[in-house]
Design a protein around this ligand. Structure first.
Ligand SMILES: Nc1ncnc2c1ncn2[C@@H]1O[C@H](COP(=O)(O)OP(=O)(O)O)[C@@H](O)[C@H]1O
Ligand SMILES: Cc1ncc(COP(=O)(O)OP(=O)(O)O)c(N)n1
Length: 269
């Protein structure tokens, strides 16, 4: 039996809603064997981030080699990378092990405002990692920082997606979670040739901690199974929408999404 395998290179969220924890739960829910390289430990809960503790560079490099020398993830995602040094080492490993199906979630700032990527690392992300991406999945503020443009309209989101492809990514998804002016949470995918629009109704809830991680992890899992990009984005969107809609009500502030929801809904059909 062939077991699809995926790797996440990201930070740990002690609260379990985002980061490595969200990624591994999502992989498992979608029937994919998950592996991890941890870049940083965060002390975090539904109220915010209480501390950020990057892993020593040697520890990150050794984890990358432990995976690359033995295991064969069919798709890889990056989340919180924290520093230019870590980005540099991840880019080396991606090239060395030919991790060609690379999903970059350019995590920069947590919803509460805590910095998860140092300011000076943004250029390293653009220069070293973005050109290796099968797809990059910024939210609007992240897309603005990556492209240097302000984004208000749909046209500007399309332009930003196109620009990210011109900068070297093979495809880009600009997420619409932050645009509360519309009743639809619409994401724009530019696959290098054409635009696709993937949307579900916006859910009125404060419990959206980890949505970006969960979405990009679901995309990675679907790509690891051999699905095409559009199908992977569509399934990821359905997964994250179910996870938001069937929120767990855990914690006192911005709770995690429900990683069981997509599977449970399919089981009762
Ligand atoms: N309140 C919401 N209702 C429905 N979908 C949402 C909501 N918030 C975010 N999403 C969706 O969740 C996914 C992750 O987006 P987003 O929350 O913008 O990412 P990030 O966590 O990186 O800021 C996207 O598909 C987005 O459209
Ligand atoms: C360890 C860690 N990684 C990433 C994030 C950001 O997750 P995201 O999905 O963007 O959700 P919010 O932080 O915006 O709720 C994180 N918080 N922690």
């Amino acid at each position: 039996m062939h077991i699809p395998q995926a790797l996440t290179i990201a930070g740990s969220d002690s609260g379990g809603g985002a980061g490595i924890q969200a990624d591994l739960k999502t992989f498992q829910e979608l029937g994919v064997y998950g592996m991890s390289v941890i870049t940083a430990i965060t002390a975090q809960n539904t109220a915010g981030v209480q501390g950020v503790y990057p892993i020593e560079l040697e520890g990150v490099v050794t984890q990358l080699h432990s995976i690359g020398d033995d295991l064969q993830p069919a798709a890889i995602k990056t989340g919180m990378l924290f520093s230019a040094d870590i980005i540099h080492e991840v880019a080396i490993a991606v090239r060395q092990y030919q991790w060609n199906t690379l999903v970059i979630d350019p995590v920069m700032v947590a919803k509460g405002g805590s910095v998860l990527l140092q300011q000076q690392a943004i250029q390293a992300l653009i220069r070293e990692l973005l050109p290796l991406a099968a797809v990059i999945t910024p939210n609007v503020p992240e897309a603005e920082l990556l492209t240097g443009s302000t984004i208000h309209t749909l046209k500007e989101r399309e332009q930003a997606a196109r620009q990210l492809v011109q900068m070297g990514a093979r495809a880009a998804v600009i997420k619409g979670g932050h645009d509360t002016s519309t009743p639809q949470a619409m994401d724009v995918l530019f696959d290098g040739k054409q635009f696709h629009y993937v949307e579900y109704p916006r859910v009125d809830t404060p419990h959206t901690h980890g949505t970006g991680c969960t979405y990009s992890a679901a995309m990675t899992a679907e790509l690891a199974k051999g699905n095409g990009l559009l199908q992977a984005v569509q399934t990821a969107k359905a997964f994250v929408h179910a996870a938001i809609e069937d929120g767990l009500g855990i914690g006192s502030v911005h709770g995690p999404t429900n990683h069981f929801a997509y599977r449970q809904r399919r089981a009762v059909r």
